[in-house]
Ligand binder design. Structure first.
Ligand code: ATP
Length: 768
């Protein structure tokens, strides 16, 4: 026995506290019409959590509260308390006694309590569902509701049977799981939507990060390039600035010196060229010399003639005999030869044509004198007398001639002296001029040489200066690159001092080798640097730290959302599995239960009707038929509905198939009221047999039975009471007879239902 007592306070007609103790298997509640018996049954429903006010014959919550009477004021609250013996733990609570209590207030609010603790309706429903008790169902048959199981549609019937089989708990769980699943799906959708919403931003940030990583790589590459560039460039610049410093000044000095020397040499040259009158003097001397020589030639010629005459006069024969002896002796000829040879000797040492001409004249003169002298000797003048005179005259003449000769010779001597002086001067001047001429040439050559040096040095200086311009510009560029490198490639880019450069064989390059590299490679390096710089600048100026932080946050958020989705999907999956398992379990247990119910149903039916056949058939719910009436339903929806119904056991319903003994008619529609009542009782009892509820309340289920059937009903009640406690509201004598306890319900003039324990005989009286 599970049901211990029921306490009703202020519920419906029970304006005052009423307590029902259920100490036996079968209790009957009897009393006149309108005394409040059904209110007791409803009090059971109420406390077990019935939500349909209508099923408790009210419209609003306050209809359940005692409404007062002419003498008694109305109450503010209705409360019903049911006490269970839970020593067998039929309710899933670790208490020997479980008290469930419900209050309803006039404002319609409800309160539920389990063992005096306030709870939710859900807690009450779940607790009871676990024990196969509900606020309605086959164990609570209201007045006139006995054949409800025959009136409902197959699906509702299926649900009633499920409940009777104690499968409602699975339904609860299934529905709760489905609700949870819906919620989880909703959450998945909203989290997915959130994730989708964040996705473009995340994608953008990821792209930025990608770009930044690329930029970082480029910066690294730039740093490496820069380091080598700086290493080489600094060596190059140092080499050239040192070279320029070392070479430029000496060159300038050298040029200054050359200029100085050149100026000096030129000045001297100019000066000597401007002041030199000696060539004129030389010409003058030469003219003097020529005229002296001409003069001397004339005297020489005169001398030759005088000497010739003297010779002729001196050699005039004094006697005839002497004339014969006048022959030209060899000595005379040799004398002439010697004279000529002397002249030729002189001539051979002369260069001047006029002088040579003078010599030639003298030679000619000598010949003429020689011939004249010797021809006069061969032809002497005639006459003897004359001769002495002549000799005197001759001597005189000779004397004169000799004087003349002496004078001529003196003149020649004088001229020769003059000539010697002039010649001496001439030769001195000439050699002087010659010498100066040579030294001028040397000076000119020296100037030319200086000029050549100047040109060479100037060109060296020019190229050095050109280089200097280049180096200055390269230095500026170097500084500019230093600044830029620091900004674009970071501090590392300028850390090149200790950098080692290697050749292709991996050997460290010496300073010399570094300098040896063709400048073109350095230019190419710079071009490459420029290209990377542009790429870095183009990659944007976003603060990388901010982006990284934002990306990290966004991806963390995304990861969190993704994890959440994963978790939600997992829980959706496990919920689906649970739902499937529940469905499966429900299905299996339902089919098993149905089989058992069918066995009992057949038995009860035969017991009731003394034969015949009864069966519950599991059929597909005829949704199509039902839905077809819905004019708004499209053909497509209809097909979908049917297709869904096909696969779903939920859509299966229960049809009752009965055939009475000895009657041809079949089907529920053909049964009489009593037959219908009997059938439903058989079915309800069958259901109660299979999964016995702790208690069964039957409100005038026996109303339509004749005496014979009332007996059969009574038999079945006894059978039923072996498994469940029975509370029977009845006017039926037979039924009353089967009860161990009888409660009489009366209602006095105060409109309040009252309870009293009555004897069977009294009960029969009271019931009537
Ligand atoms: P019957 O044998 O004819 O079925 P019954 O004994 O089952 O009768 P109930 O239907 O339980 O009688 O009781 C109905 C009575 O309860 C009515 O007289 C009705 O006025 C009274 N009643 C119902 N609700 C209230 C209420 N809120 N306050 C006071 N009385 C109420």
């Amino acid at each position: 026995m599970y049901l211990k007592s029921l306490e009703i306070v202020g519920f419906k007609s029970f304006g005052k506290k009423a307590n029902l103790e259920f100490n036996s298997d079968v209790s009957a509640i009897v009393g006149p019409n309108g005394s409040g018996k059904s209110n007791v049954a409803e009090a059971f429903r109420f406390v077990l959590g019935e939500q349909s006010i209508k099923s408790m014959r009210g419209k609003r919550g306050e209809d359940l509260i005692f409404n007062g009477s002419q003498t008694i004021p109305r109450g503010n609250r209705a409360s019903v308390k049911i006490v269970f013996d839970n020593s067998k733990r039929f309710l899933n609570l670790d208490f020997d006694e479980v008290i469930i209590e419900r209050h309803v207030h006039r404002d319609g609010t409800n309160q539920y309590f389990i063992n005096r603790s306030s709870v939710r309706l859900k807690d009450v429903s779940e607790l009871l569902a676990g024990a196969n008790i509900g606020s309605s169902g086959h164990h609570m048959i209201s007045q006139g509701e006995a054949d409800r199981i025959l009136n409902v549609n197959p699906k509702e019937r299926r649900m009633m049977i499920e409940e009777a089989l104690g499968l409602k708990i699975y339904q609860y769980k299934r529905i709760a799981s489905e609700k949870k699943l819906d919620k989880v799906k909703e959450n998945i959708d909203s989290v997915q939507a959130l994730r989708k919403e964040n996705a473009p931003h995340l994608k953008f940030l990821k792209r930025q990060i990608g770009k930044m990583e690329k930029t970082l790589e480029m910066r690294k590459e730039l740093g490496t390039l820069y380091r080598e560039y700086f290493k080489r460039e600094s060596a190059y610049l140092k080499y050239w600035s040192d070279k320029i410093t070392n070479e430029k000044n000496p060159l300038i000095e050298k040029l200054k010196d050359l200029e100085h020397r050149s100026q000096e040499a030129k000045a001297i040259l100019e000066k000597s060229r401007a002041e030199d009158k000696r060539p004129f003097e030389l010409t003058d001397l030469k003219n003097q010399l020529n005229s002296l020589r001409r003069e001397k030639d004339q005297f020489t010629f005169k001398l030759g003639r005088v000497e010739g005459v003297i010779y002729a006069l001196e050699n005039k024969p004094k006697k005839i005999e002497e004339v014969d002896n006048t022959k030209i002796s060899l000595n005379k000829i040799k004398e002439l030869e010697s004279v000529i040879n002397d002249q030729i000797e002189i001539a051979s040492n002369l260069e001047e044509v006029n002088q040579i001409k003078g010599i030639l004249n003298r030679i000619k003169e000598s010949f003429t004198q020689f011939i004249v002298k010797h021809s006069m000797a061969q032809h002497p003048p005639a006459g003897g007398e004359l001769l002495n005179n002549e000799i005197d005259e001759n001597s005189k003449k000779i004397e004169e001639l000799k004087n003349e000769k002496k004078q001529i010779e003196d003149s020649i001597k004088e001229i020769e002296n003059k000539e010697d002086i002039v010649l001496g001067k001439y030769n001195t001047l000439k050699s002087e001029i010659e010498q100066d001429k040579n030294s001028n040439q040397e000076a000119e050559l020296a100037v030319l040489e200086i000029m050549a040096h100047q040109t060479e040095s100037r060109s060296q200086l020019n190229s050095l200066e050109m280089k200097e311009i280049q180096i200055v510009s390269a230095q500026e560029n170097y500084k500019k690159e230093m600044n830029e490198s620091y900004i674009l490639a970071g501090r590392d880019a300028v850390q090149f001092k200790d950098l080692d450069l290697h050749n292709s064989a991996g050997v460290v390059l010496s300073e010399e080798e570094i300098l040896k590299e063709d400048r073109q490679y350095q230019n190419e390096r710079l071009k490459k640097i420029e290209r990377i710089k542009i790429l870095i600048e183009d990659s944007g100026t976003l603060s990388s730290e901010d982006v990284v932080k934002e990306y990290e946050e966004a991806s963390k958020r995304d990861e969190h959302l993704s994890n959440e989705i994963e978790d939600l999907e997992k829980s959706a999956e496990s919920l689906l599995t649970l739902i499937e398992e529940l469905k499966k379990k429900l299905d299996i247990e339902f089919r098993n239960g149905l089989e058992k119910i069918n066995a009992q149903f057949k038995e009860f039916f035969i017991l009731m009707f003394g034969g015949g056949r009864a069966n519950l058939d599991l059929v597909k719910e005829k949704v199509t038929r039902k839905k077809k009436d819905d004019l708004n339903m499209s053909e497509e929806d209809l097909v979908n509905e049917v297709e869904n119904a096909d696969g779903e056991d939920n859509e299966m319903g229960i049809e009752v198939d009965v055939s009475l003994p000895n009657k041809k008619v079949k089907g529920l529609q053909m049964l009489s009221g009593g037959e219908r009542s009997l059938t439903s009782i058989a079915l309800l009892f069958a259901m109660s047999q299979v999964t016995p509820p702790p208690f069964i309340i039957l409100d005038e289920t026996d109303a339509a039975l004749d005496e014979a059937n009332s007996r059969k009903y009574g038999d079945m009640i006894e059978r039923l009471s072996s498994h469940s406690q029975l509370i029977l509201i009845t006017h039926n004598r037979e039924t009353m007879a089967r009860a161990n306890i009888l409660y009489g319900v009366t209602m006095g003039s105060d409109g309040i239902s009252k309870l009293l324990s009555v004897e069977f005989a009294e009960a029969v009286k009271v019931a009537k």
